[in-house]
Design a protein around this ligand. Structure first.
Ligand SMILES: *[C@@H]1O[C@H](CO)[C@@H](O)[C@H](O)[C@H]1NC(C)=O
Length: 215
């Protein structure tokens, strides 16, 4: 298990100063340069947000790092293997942190989003756990409220913590590729893929950047 405190702490603690997420804007906090470099390695397109459709939703690695690390801190996800699984998952779901709302196929599913593109029913369940709790009968408005509260970056950590079985978590923590695959198929409940910009490509880069064996 990859729990070496020093390296995990180096990634985690530099910026995750246990500040509550709610209400704070990601851009207003300083990003730790080493965490940003690691994110840019995993998500090469996240160096810039210029151009592109929905560019107001896009976040660079520098913008992503502080709230991402704060979410890992909040949920106690201190192993590099868990961080690799979650970062690669979020990067895939958002095409490299470009979106926070579901847009495809157009016009997208109202209320589906966050930085892990959660379905509206999970967004609702997650929003109710926030401090202060957020509720809204309209799914699209609820998602907007969650994003405004700065909680979009912690949805993946919440989902992993509350929805994955202990067996899946043990597999993820082992850092093995099979453990990661089980997380995708058995907890996220979706399919694996290969090739450029695939789930596997993101995870393989994450495993390398976070010093997992990669197999
Ligand atoms: C990965 O290992 C290298 C070499 O030991 C080390 O310099 C680097 O800080 C480690 N990275 C992480 C994220 O732990």
């Amino acid at each position: 298990m990859k729990t070496t405190a020093l390296t995990a702490a180096a990634l985690l603690l530099a910026t995750a100063t246990a500040k509550p997420l709610s209400g704070s804007q990601p851009e207003k906090r300083d990003a730790d340069p080493s965490a940003v470099a690691i994110l840019e390695t995993i998500v090469p397109t996240s160096k810039s947000c210029s151009g592109g459709e929905f560019s107001d939703e896009c976040a660079t690695a520098a913008q992503a790092a502080p709230p991402l690390l704060a979410s890992f801190h909040k949920y106690g996800l201190v192993t590099q293997s868990e961080q690799a699984a979650l970062i690669s998952y979020m990067a895939y779901e958002t095409a490299g942190f470009k979106y926070v709302r579901n847009h495809f196929p157009a016009p997208g599913r109202p209320g589906q989003g966050t930085r892990s593109m959660m379905m509206p029913n999970f967004v609702q369940e997650f929003a109710a756990t926030l401090q202060p709790a957020i509720s809204n009968p309209d799914p699209a408005a609820l998602l907007d409220d969650v994003i405004d509260a700065g909680a979009d970056w912690e949805a993946a950590s919440w989902y992993y913590t509350t929805k994955c079985t202990d067996e899946v978590k043990e597999g993820v923590k082992s850092g093995s590729k099979d453990g990661w695959k089980k997380y995708i198929t058995d907890c996220v409940e979706t399919t694996l893929d290969e090739g450029e910009n695939s789930r596997e490509a993101y995870w393989t880069r994450a495993a390398k950047a976070l010093n997992l064996s990669g197999d």
